[in-house]
Design a protein around this ligand. Structure first.
Ligand code: SF4
Length: 299
């Protein structure tokens, strides 16, 4: 048995007991798909709000590490800005009013919609960026990613599928559910920050209709499809569209839960590019790093 496995075997508590939240956020499960070892290292000191940033390292120190060793990882910050912009554009609705409108079978677009559920007794929570429904029948869930790599990675897909799973547990009909990931280039930081609520709504409407066109053009019953939408002169975003598959989400949940319940050791990524830009590697906290830290984005 390797030293790492022996250390794991004699760990005093289950990973779920280290979690600083009452429920397991689905974004953390998605992060497991990126690198489960990174989640495990974050759990040792989960003071940072971002799993990719080791606890105990001040933001300024993190920036310094990047500055000294390579390019800055700006994706998450930009993503947070964008989510705040979208949130500002949404009108609030009381839960009782929402239930009334769902019962009347209205077509609604819900932004920043909180979800709860469980799997094998483990409570789960999530917050879908946007979803469209007619009554309790949900046809689309959209998730926004600010990134310069517009590709559907397993972590993106898992997160959207988990929202679908939680919606079904909450009593929604997801028979016709299609999942959409919107990739926004990070160079649009200023544009995003300046969006007024009206322009945010216009932007979201363009994304919805572009997603509809992709789905009409090519039935998304088995595979994923990509398309681009021009949201403003010179500004294009990419859409990745794929179907909801229940068997896949159960497989992902089984995988994730077996780690949280301590049935196996955390699995490090097999992609050297991730290790090359991982901050745990930068501060020599990961014994499974495949290459030295360089700060270069290889994903
Ligand atoms: S160095 Fe590599 S294996 Fe270790 S936590 Fe980072 S990404 Fe995962």
């Amino acid at each position: 048995m390797s030293a790492a496995k022996r250390q794991w075997k004699y760990r005093p508590r289950l990973p779920i007991e280290y979690l600083p939240y009452r429920s397991l956020p689905v974004s953390l499960i998605a992060q497991q798909m990126y690198c489960e070892k990174q989640v495990d290292l974050w759990l040792d000191n989960p003071t940072s709000s971002r799993v990719s940033v080791p606890g105990g390292i001040e933001e300024v120190e993190t920036a310094k590490v990047h500055e000294e060793r390579g390019r800055a990882d700006e994706r998450v910050e930009l993503g947070e800005d964008f989510h705040l912009t979208v949130e500002r554009s949404a009108a609030g609705i009381e839960p009782a009013e929402l239930q009334r409108r769902l019962r009347r079978d209205e077509t609604l677009i819900l932004l920043e919609y909180s979800l709860q559920g469980n799997y094998k007794g483990l409570p789960l929570i999530g917050c879908a960026d946007a979803l469209r429904c007619k009554g309790r029948r949900v046809s689309r869930i959209i998730d926004y990613k600010v990134t310069n790599t517009p590709r559907l990675f397993p972590s993106h897909q898992a997160q959207l599928r988990l929202y679908g799973y939680l919606l079904e547990q909450a009593g929604y009909d997801i028979t016709d559910l299609t999942l959409v990931c919107v990739f926004i280039p990070s160079s649009q930081q200023e544009w995003i920050a300046r969006l007024s609520p009206a322009n945010t709504e216009r932007f979201l409407n363009r994304v919805w209709s572009a997603a509809d066109k992709i789905i009409t053009r090519k039935p998304i019953d088995k595979f994923s499809a990509y398309g681009q939408v021009l949201v403003k002169r010179g500004i294009k975003v990419t859409l990745g569209v794929f179907p909801y598959k229940e068997e896949k989400v159960i497989e992902e949940l089984d995988f994730a839960v077996s780690y949280w319940l301590g049935k196996r050791a955390p699995i490090p990524t097999k992609q050297a590019g991730k290790c090359a830009r991982c901050l745990y590697n930068a501060i020599d906290r990961c014994t499974d790093a495949l290459v030295p830290f360089s700060g270069t984005n290889c994903e």
